[in-house]
Ligand binder design. Structure first.
Ligand code: SF4
Length: 330
């Protein structure tokens, strides 16, 4: 049976147009989100993962701009929609939740009213019907004492409860796609585990698709079916979650996985990939990872590696895998 996709991002280019020239933050990125799947986008800060998500929502902050490519939501190209059309897509067909709910919730409006208003904005229902719907979804996302929480202001709730409110707000219109940008980074590990379980459960119940953006490979491993690894604005490796964790092929992915092992051992933040993310204004013509790569060859800084399929559904952007020469033992 032919695979159906909720979202297909093709050759997306998004840049910051600054006085000092164009900064290519998302560079020819293609990402597919099959219906009902959870897709992870992982990488360090500044790799382009959040910019990719904001491009999908058409919420790039000035001087950010989509420069090219297409973003197909069930075949409809979001890059071609008017701002008015996009407003009904946002919160209706696609919802997004962010790392810190306080930045998305209005501090002076009770949370129940905020979620009700979102429901009424996208569905033709009365205030009383919206309240019923909100209470139902509050219970569904594990908010205990739903009536009491409905009347609470954001600051009266814990971080975990606020994130549950955001998930309720995102879910209320039954979106086709939920984009979660670092949804559990601000939470402690127990609450994080509960939120991740909840997201998976909601996917199973509703069949919606989810994109999780995270720098945390633990979150990605826990939740995702398929993973894209980004570096300096490009996808450098993509595979199903088992393949990525069992047989990573890109030196950067390997470095990320090693840093997780080191973290588990040392219980503190360790930088195991030498160097730092390159300045997007001064990228080499070739592989952007070359300055940090232990396997860099003479021509790596000059020649841009292309994404190569090394196994079914497993693609890698590295000269080591080109021409079928590499066997993973590099
Ligand atoms: Fe390292 Fe070269 Fe591969 Fe880049 S292309 S990751 S520098 S071996």
């Amino acid at each position: 049976m032919e695979q159906e996709y909720t979202l297909q991002i093709e050759n997306l280019r998004s840049s910051f147009l600054t006085d000092n020239g164009e900064v290519k933050a998302v560079n020819e990125v293609s990402i597919n989100v099959p219906k009902g799947s959870i897709v992870g986008i992982v990488g360090e800060s500044g790799c382009g993962k959040s910019m990719t998500a904001r491009s999908v929502m058409r919420l790039l902050k000035y001087p950010g701009k989509i420069m090219g490519g297409s973003i197909l939501l069930e075949g409809k190209d979001l890059t071609q929609l008017s701002e008015k059309e996009m407003q009904s897509v946002r919160g209706g067909e696609i919802s997004m939740i962010f790392q810190e709910p306080m930045t998305s919730l209005n501090p002076v409006v009770k949370v129940g009213k905020q979620v009700s208003e979102a429901a009424m904005l996208h569905q033709n229902i009365s205030a009383a019907e919206a309240k019923e719907l909100v209470l139902e979804i509050f219970r569904r996302v594990g908010i205990s004492e739903a009536e009491k929480r409905y009347e609470s202001f954001p600051h009266q709730l814990s971080g975990g409860l606020r994130q549950r409110v955001m998930i309720a707000m995102a879910m209320i219109c039954r979106p086709k796609l939920l984009i979660a940008d670092e949804p559990t980074t601000a939470l402690d590990v127990t609450v994080e585990a509960q939120i991740l379980k909840l997201m998976k459960q909601l996917r199973d119940e509703t069949g919606m698709s989810i994109i999780i953006i995270s720098h945390n490979l633990g979150v990605i491993a826990e939740l995702c079916d398929y993973v894209y690894v980004m570096y300096a604005g490009r996808v450098v490796e993509e595979a199903d979650v088992f393949t990525l964790f069992e047989s990573p092929r890109h030196p950067y992915t390997k470095g990320l996985l090693n840093s997780v092992s080191a973290l588990e051992l040392e219980q503190e933040r360790l930088e195991t990939i030498p160097g730092s993310v390159p300045n997007l204004r001064r990228l080499p013509a070739g592989c952007a990872f070359c300055a940090r790569c232990a396997y860099a060859m003479e021509y790596c800084p000059e020649q841009l590696p292309q994404l190569q399929e090394v196994a079914h559904g497993h693609r890698v952007r590295c000269h080591l895998v080109e021409g079928g020469a590499a066997n993973g033992e590099e």
